[in-house]
Write a protein that binds this ligand. Structure first.
Ligand SMILES: Cc1cc2nc3c(=O)[nH]c(=O)nc-3n(C[C@H](O)[C@H](O)[C@H](O)COP(=O)(O)OP(=O)(O)OC[C@H]3O[C@@H](n4cnc5c(N)ncnc54)[C@H](O)[C@@H]3O)c2cc1C
Length: 418
């Protein structure tokens, strides 16, 4: 399809998180008439607002790995650890857990790693295309991302390091001395670390999202602040997006509602096992000078990113669905972990709970609906949805424009759950 043909086609994109906004820009660049619909103002409280801001092109090794199952009980019992459950949600999550366990074989782990790597490798160049049109000065830093650990109670990092080497990911093992040179303010509790020099970080993910949103509007995009209730189809299979305040007719539509996408996909007769890994952040205002780049303390599974808001302390994987209230215990856990590394930290602000959209095989869903050729999906990017915003948007726009990407996109199709 060429741009002139696209000009006649309208696309409705539901969800103005990083996935929806990036898809909308790439679509409008191809000549489509695009309307973005969200029940909130863009980036209000979504995952795309509160994430750790890592652009992590190296992060191809998934959570579904053979050794994780043995670790889960001790992780749940460890009060300073990264994993938590809302017990009232466990019965609802059992089908997801069973599928997750099935995906923890070496073969499935390598399948996910390969196809995460395929898109992660293109993630930063895709953002750079979008950043050409906005001013990101002071908002994106190219200083890499550092992980560190103590030997105590930590399983070997060897598996991840080996797989990343096999995939050609650039990584540098660090000695304690090198960790100190990179980040001299962290308490010197560590025994080893690893540095990903080509990773970047956002100093304010919401500001970047809003700049991209403004670019979309400047290019002629329309925004409707509406709550989408349902997607119907006309007799010629065109999507009709029903909101609480009327319906919108389009030639094509994209569902990009992050962890909330399942409500809409269930209604179009797809059984996609999307659930959420809840995560939290707090800010220590005025302390961002303590770090130059994001750091992750692996023993306790949390990270700290220097941002405009101060130090953003981010972490926890909590299985508890979309409706349970936040857990004060998890927030205090993050606060205490941050104070462990930086004893000078005192008061914190801005408790935030966010929803990572996660499929049990840790691959996103990108592509056309199983049942409706004019409906497309872009969700399920779990811990990496911020990193993968631009490349997923580019892929979705290629698919809608019926252009070849030279990528194998079958592994991301929703049909894998049929
Ligand atoms: C604690 C935490 C830390 C993270 N850190 C990182 C990181 O450092 N790097 C990284 O790459 N990723 C990170 N992630 C993951 C990343 O933030 C998410 O994968 C990504 O933001 C998901 O983007 P999205 O656009 O799919 O969804 P969202 O950002 O959740 O946006 C979905 C949008 O859809 C809208 N919506 C939902 N339902 C409807 C409806 N019915 N009608 C209208 N609108 C609707 C919502 O209002 C929202 O605006 C983190 C996530 C969390 C929770």
């Amino acid at each position: 399809m060429n741009e002139d043909l696209n000009l006649k086609s309208s696309v409705g994109v539901v969800g103005a998180g990083i996935q929806g906004v990036c898809s909308s820009i790439y679509l409008i660049k191809k000549g489509f008439k695009v309307t973005l619909i969200d029940r909130e103002d863009p980036g209000k409280q979504s995952a795309s607002y509160g994430n750790a801001g890592h652009f992590s092109p190296y992060a191809s090794v998934p959570m579904n790995r053979p050794d994780i199952l043995l670790d889960v009980p001790s992780m749940l019992l460890n009060s300073t650890g990264p994993l938590a459950l809302k017990w009232n949600y466990v019965p609802k999550m059992i089908p997801w857990f069973l599928k997750f366990i099935k995906n923890c074989s070496s073969k499935n782990m390598m399948h996910t790693a390969k196809y995460m790597h395929q898109i992660l490798d293109l993630a930063i160049p895709a953002y750079d295309e979008l950043f050409e049109d906005i001013n990101i000065e002071g908002l994106v830093e190219n200083k890499g991302i550092m992980y560190f650990w103590t030997d105590k109670d930590l399983k070997s990092r060897e598996l991840e390091i080996r797989i990343r080497n096999e995939l050609g990911v650039k990584q540098q093992i660090l000695t304690p001395h090198e960790i100190h040179d990179l980040e001299p303010h962290i308490k010197q509790i560590y025994h080893g670390g690893i540095f990903y020099s080509n990773a970047r970080h956002a100093r304010n993910p919401k500001k970047i999202l809003l700049k991209l949103f403004d670019l979309f509007i400047k290019k002629g995009g329309k925004f409707e602040k509406k709550d989408v209730k349902k997607i119907n189809f006309s007799t010629d299979e065109k999507p009709i997006i029903q909101t609480e305040l009327g319906s919108f007719h389009f030639d094509k539509a994209v569902i990009a509602c992050g962890a909330f996408s399942k409500k809409l996909t269930d209604q179009v007769d797809e059984n996609i096992p999307l659930d959420t890994e809840r995560g939290y952040h707090v800010h220590f205002k005025g302390h961002d000078h303590l770090l130059s780049r994001p750091v992750i303390f692996l023993n306790r599974g949390f990270g700290i990113t220097p941002m405009e808001q101060g130090l953003r302390v981010v972490g926890t994987v909590e299985f508890g669905g979309l409706k349970n209230p936040p857990s004060k215990k998890r927030i205090l856990n993050l606060v205490n972990n941050a104070k462990y590394l930086f004893p000078e930290l005192k008061e914190y602000q801005d408790e935030w709970l966010g929803f990572r959209p996660t499929l049990p095989d840790f691959l996103p869903v990108l592509g056309p609906s199983k049942n409706h050729k004019n409906l497309f999906y872009s969700f399920g990017h779990h811990h990496l949805g911020w990193t993968l915003g631009a490349i997923s948007g580019k892929i979705i726009s290629n698919m809608i424009a019926e252009e070849n990407t030279n990528l194998n996109l079958t592994p991301y199709n929703s049909k894998r759950f049929s």
